[in-house]
Structure formats: structure tokens, C-alpha cells
Design a protein around this ligand. Structure first.
Ligand code: DGY
Length: 423
């Protein structure tokens, strides 16, 4: 145990870059939005200041409209180290004050949850540095952006407009809506990811052609958020559940800062009831994403459909747990939790978000189980995740059946989650 914690700490130290942590050397040489939130959860056990700076540097790149970018490009690495890099996003994505270039897309809103945990780990240092006082208004503007500008379907739920925004990039849930997107020819760009990881562990060229088309169209439209302009627009349970849980975290911060928590509780309740009304399928005992164009559910069983377990007061916890423990996910029996239905004919145990187990979604389910007072199952999941890391190392993702490691090695959020689970 001691040794595992030591190895995890070494990874976070090695991946630190003056103010932020890279997800992994080589494959991901910049700062990523939701990675930073998970990384801060681990860093808070090493250094409260470092954990605070991780989130502060990300929010330093927040756009005037409130969006928190998917990627903040590190000017110290060559522009072509990652694709699509700063040259792709161009002048429209250059921060007016800092000059930093970012991606114009966003990622799942785990930040309020992470910021609250970072504060609670060392309230004295947080108070001394004015961490919450400075971050709370920025977190509020981030959530305002999502709620005001991204409710493209007018349903009360937030849309993601690119698979990269969902965090679950090549999830089978996106196959149908993505199938309507005309791919850019693979000959027109160079995938840098394949220089670091086997093609069988990454999205396909056809997927990439569509990712590039969607990102280029959004950029060329000046990052305007309209349903008509978004060929891909889905209401996803992971993003909306995180936003609801994040509003509850903002309510706690407001209370601490002497602000009014009531509006945050109201937003959390409204999001939760929209999640229940629009994305929950009682027959399946699972949440599904919904296509904002067709208004139909995308009926693929993915780990994202279980993430609403993190929502305080969710009325269908037992139903979700029954599904999680069944044949599709085998929670508590296999090591961490697979990203996709183990029984599906298109389940692929090594291909990114089409099967492998990831440690950030494992952490979210674990955190949810603890909040919902399922301590025993939470303990089993925790032990399973730590065993998986002992077996495979700090890999980006693992085969849920064999435990074989895939993707990057020395992956920052895997290390951060391990540190948090060992505390
Ligand atoms: C990647 O490069 O695969 C990332 O998931 C994009 O955020």
C-alpha cells in the first residue's frame, strides 16, 4: 500500500508543469479540463496549494462567456505535439489577457465538486489564499454558461456538441448521431495520438474524421451555440448529473462564503428532475443520453448512465445499483467498472471508451456509493480499483475482464484516484 502511494505521488510530481499537471507525457502534453479536476482530488493529499493552483490555472483560461476550455495549450511544447493543437483552434480561441490558446470545446463539469473537496482538505490554507472566494464566482459563471447557452433543446438539460465534450469520446452512444456527420478525409490531418498508442486502443480514423469536421465547423461558426449549427447535440446523463451535483457543491461554498445557497439548490433540483423525466428508463434501471435533434434516447448501456449515482437525493439509487451489479457491468465482482455493456456485441475490451474500465468514472461511482450510504459496495469497488492498478500499473484504462493495461502509462488521474482511495 505504502509503495503504491509512493509510486502514485512520483507520477504526479513528474507530470507537474509549473502550475498544472499534464494527463500523461507524450500523448497529452497540455492541460485538460476534467483531468485537472480529478488530479486536484489527488493532489490535495500532497499539497493543498498545488491542488488549488491546478484548478486556478485552468480557470485562468476561462473565456469571457464563462466556458472553461477542454484543453489549455502549453506554449512550452511544439504546436504539432498534439492534434488538434493551437494552430487548429486559431486566433478566435486565444485568451485576451493571458495570450494562451485553448480548445473552444468544453469537458464535463467536475470542477465544483473537486474545488469543494480541495477546500475541505485544508480550509485554513484555502482561506489564507482566498481560494474559494476567487474560484466560486468563476465556477458560477462556468455553470451559467452551460445552463444559459448549452440548453440547445430547451429541455432544461445541457447539450454536449462534440464527443470530446462528453469525456467518453468514442462511446457507442455516439455512433448513431455521429453517423450523420460527414467525415473530413483522414489524408488532410495527422493523428499524433497514434505515435504514442496502438491504433486498436484508440478511436478509428473514421471517428477522427468526424471529430475534426465537428470541431472545425464550430470554430468556423465563431463558437456560436445553436441547435441548428450543431450537427451533433446530445443531452448526456454524465454531464448533467455532474452539473447537478456541482450545483450542490456550489450551495455548500455559498454557505461558507456568506452568499445565498438557495439558487444553487433550486438549480440542482431542476436538473435532477429533468434527468429523471427525460433520460431515465425505468424498464432498464439506467439513464441514457438523448439526441437533441431527434428527441430519442440513445439506447446503449454505458457507464455514463450510472454516473447519476453522484446526485444527492436521487430517487432511483436501488434501481441503478441493481443494473450496475447485473450482467452488463458486474459492479463489485470485476475490478473497476467497464465503460460499456459487457454483453453487447460491439463491446471492445481494449478500445478507449467502448469497453475498458477507467479510474475517473470508477471514482465517480465510488464517491456516489459513499454519498448514498452504500459503504460496503463502495469498499469493494475501491479494493477492485486498487487491485487493478497493482496488476497493470497506473494505466489510462484497463481491460475489465483480463485486467490488461491499455493507453498511456503513468496516467495522472489514475495516480490521483489511487492516492485519494488510499487516504
Ligand atoms: C483525446 O485526445 O483523445 C482526448 O480525449 C480529447 O480530449
Amino acid at each position: 500500500t505504502d509503495d503504491l502511494a509512493r509510486r502514485a505521488r512520483r507520477i504526479l510530481l513528474a507530470n507537474w508543469r509549473r502550475g498544472f499537471t499534464v494527463p500523461a507525457q507524450g500523448l497529452y502534453p497540455h492541460q485538460w479540463s476534467w483531468d485537472s479536476a480529478f488530479i486536484a482530488l489527488g493532489l490535495r493529499h500532497l499539497s493543498a496549494v498545488r491542488a488549488q493552483r491546478e484548478l486556478e490555472s485552468l480557470f485562468g483560461a476561462q473565456w469571457a462567456d464563462g466556458r472553461v476550455p477542454q484543453i489549455v495549450f502549453n506554449p512550452a511544447v511544439p504546436a504539432d505535439a498534439y492534434f488538434p493543437g493551437p494552430d487548429f483552434w486559431g486566433p478566435g480561441a486565444r485568451h485576451a489577457e493571458t495570450g494562451l490558446v485553448t480548445s473552444g470545446l468544453v469537458q464535463p463539469p467536475v470542477h465544483a465538486l473537486a474545488a469543494w473537496e480541495v477546500h475541505r482538505a485544508d480550509p485554513v490554507t484555502s482561506e489564507r489564499r482566498g481560494f474559494l472566494r476567487r474560484l466560486y464566482p468563476r465556477l458560477r459563471r462556468w455553470h451559467d454558461y452551460l445552463l444559459d447557452r448549452r440548453d440547445l433543446g430547451g429541455s432544461g438539460l445541457v447539450c454536449v456538441i462534440h464527443p470530446w465534450e462528453s469525456g467518453l469520446d468514442n462511446s457507442p452512444s455516439w455512433d448513431e448521431p455521429l453517423g450523420r456527420v460527414l467525415p473530413v478525409s483522414a489524408a488532410t490531418f495527422v493523428r499524433r495520438d497514434l505515435g504514442h498508442t496502438g491504433a486498436g486502443e484508440r478511436p478509428t480514423d473514421l471517428d477522427y474524421g468526424r471529430y475534426v469536421r465537428l470541431a472545425a465547423d464550430y470554430r468556423d461558426a465563431g463558437f456560436a451555440d445553436t441547435l441548428g449549427g450543431a450537427a451533433f447535440a446530445v443531452e448526456d446523463p454524465l454531464t448533467n448529473a455532474l452539473l447537478s451535483a456541482g450545483e450542490t457543491a456550489l450551495a455548500a461554498m455559498a454557505g461558507e462564503l456568506g452568499a445565498d445557497p438557495a439558487p444553487h439548490h433550486e438549480r440542482a433540483a431542476a436538473l435532477t428532475s429533468s434527468l429523471m423525466d427525460l433520460l431515465y428508463d425505468p424498464g432498464e434501471g439506467l439513464f441514457f443520453a438523448r439526441d437533441a435533434h431527434t428527441k430519442s434516447l440513445l439506447r446503449k448501456r454505458t457507464v455514463g448512465g450510472l454516473v447519476p449515482l453522484i446526485v444527492p437525493g436521487l430517487p432511483v439509487v436501488e434501481e441503478l445499483l441493481k443494473t450496475a451489479r447485473g450482467e452488463h457491468f458486474r459492479l463489485g465482482e470485476l475490478s473497476p467498472i467497464p465503460s460499456y455493456d459487457l454483453t453487447a456485441p460491439d463491446f471492445e475490451p481494449a478500445r478507449y471508451w467502448r469497453g475498458p474500465s477507467w479510474f475517473n468514472t470508477g471514482w465517480l461511482i465510488w464517491h456516489g456509493l459513499r454519498g448514498q450510504r452504500h459503504a460496503q459496495l463502495a469498499g469493494r469497488l475501491r479494493d477492485g480499483m486498487l487491485d487493478a492498478i497493482r496488476l497493470a500499473g497506473f494505466r489510462e484504462y484497463v481491460d475489465p475482464l483480463s485486467g490488461t493495461g491499455h493507453g498511456s502509462d503513468d496516467f495522472s488521474w489514475t495516480a490521483a484516484v489511487a492516492i485519494d482511495l488510499l487516504e
